[in-house]
Design a protein around this ligand. Sequence first.
Ligand code: GLC
Length: 700
Amino acid sequence: MGLHYGFHINRFLTETTGSILGMVGARQTIAIQKQYLKDSKHKIPLLFMTDVIHGYRTIFPSPLGLACSWSPELIEQTAAVAAKEASVSGVHLTFSPMADLVRDCRWGRVVESTGEDPYLNSLYASAFVRGYQGDDVSAPYKIASCVKHFAGYGAAESGKDYNTTDISEYQLRNFYFPAFKAAIDSGCKMVMPGFNALNGIPCTANPWLIQDILREEWKFTDPVITDCTATYELTAHGLCASNKEAAQAAINTGMDIEMVSTTFFEEGENLAAEGKVSMQTIDAAVERILRLKDELGLFENPYKDADPVAEEKIHLCKEHRALARESAAKSVVLLKNEHHVLPLHKNEKIALIGPYADNKNLLDIWKCQGKEEECVTLLEGLRDRIQVFYAEGCALEENPAISYEEVHTVDRDTSCDAACLNSYDAAVSDCDKIILALGEPASWSGEAGSRAHITLPKKQLELLKRLSASGKPVITVIFSGRPLELSEAAAASTALLQAWLPGTEGGNGIADVLTGTSLPEGRLTISFPRTVGQLPLYYNALPTGRPKKSDSITERFSSGYIDELNSPLYPFGYGLTYTTFQYSGIRLSDKVIKEGGTIEAAITLTNTGTFPGTETVQLYLRDLAGAYSRPVKMLKGFQKVFLSPGESRTVDFTISAEMLQYDIPGHGMTLEPGDFQLFIGVDSTTANLAEFTLVKTRES
Ligand code: GLC
């Protein structure tokens, strides 16, 4: 079955194509479906599929930003809105959730991921699926989902997109697989393998991955679709010598739908005639696709929810904009707030400066039907609420399409600086505080958007340092799809916020946080490096045989650098609020947990500041000894707790023996008796720990 960018139905399409990629719009999809069913012999409805990644017309923050809300409920809501807007535009299935675990922010597609943790990625993948599909994909405003890119695509060596991945089965099973398994356990209707060669064999033609794991072990019975032209790429990978061999390898591995490339159509009949692909294999693929179309109700109603009137009414409605605004506020991570320079006060005069101050480029490359012109800029979000003076100055806007050489030329070109810097001087001298909106263009992340230098453009950094030298507090807001190197920016800023690519209501959501209308509650789901040289960098790493005793560069002959600290600039789970919280020590209901049993762990949390705030209390576990070396910490739970100033509350977690299991290659999920550490704290660096022992009650 082919999936094509079909715009005009003709004989070729009616005989070769069963689904359409990227064609959306109620009128268009209705017209194409009608023509197709009229012309085709088999009268099997087309499946309309597209990339609804974080919104359809109302665009939410990029997934890496949404993930920082630590709210699967919010993600489920945004997915449900996305499904509603997409379904009335004739979409039947989205190529989402993207469940790739990422530890290297050079990789451009980190923007589409939810970060470096398998537990959190699993919660989010399930939430996306539930939001898109509900309990029944044939229900109104629901669409089917396709989890991608199975598997390990985010581990592309050197952060280069499409590059080789070499991942042990231990790492795959305990880090890269869980979010895919969670999506499938939540009922996800399709799987898309990654472009990457995994341990020498491209995922598109990797029988171990698709047959042994996906079909046999996980019992996944729905369709598998190749990524765009991935079948052609089997030749480039050097796995196949021709498109015919590529079609044979992909079909026999278990690819049911070929996306865009046409080898199945061109070679399928001959392969079957030559017995290189069995009719049983083809029948099984066709059956899976027909079943999906049936589950969507397309045989009863090939147009499902496509409705031009509903489109008009539902797209960008105020409820959807309100959710986008809430999402943007909850995605912002407050990284620094010296002297409580935030939140802003009404009577303060603010100079708003920088290339993202009044910039509508707040959408990443997977913006679906979102339109920049419909975005709310930071200036528009602030204008009616505080005395903000926008210093127009030279925008320092880099042309995202320019080449590497030009980027550095632009950076070196300081000619315009003098003029535009002087134009800021007036604004700066007359203001109480400066908000400086900086970042990287959306096109510098996303697919094929890998960067070797993850820095802010030099001219932006120069502007920041110049404004910092004015002596006025500088509140720097970073708009970027990926974590950037922010050490210098942090040092020169009084306050620093990571705003990601915040979507249609980005300006309002960020303004809500800056003015205190919304209280910052974002927490990082990916480590921010001090330097790109630390990558890949992640909190849940193995201890090594020579762990450092402290975070220093002087301790030789332990695992680290002689010229940089091991620690990230900002760790997984990190984020500030406008208040402060105090954690008590951990209280355990028992020091021993029995197989199949539970123990309770509790702390007392107190808001010791002057603002209300939401703390994301995080629970980490560490297995001190096992058949495999185990990570120094693994996130196993969290609770978001809102407290007023001075309020205290007990926060407790139930620790189950099941949480202590891990997947041992060849043995499956395994529970190993022994000593464990349990951490409850503010982020992945917490030292607030207690110890307990797991005992097995019966010989397995
Ligand atoms: C792209 C991406 C994939 C997307 C597909 C269809 O190349 O890798 O994530 O779903 O093509 O647009």
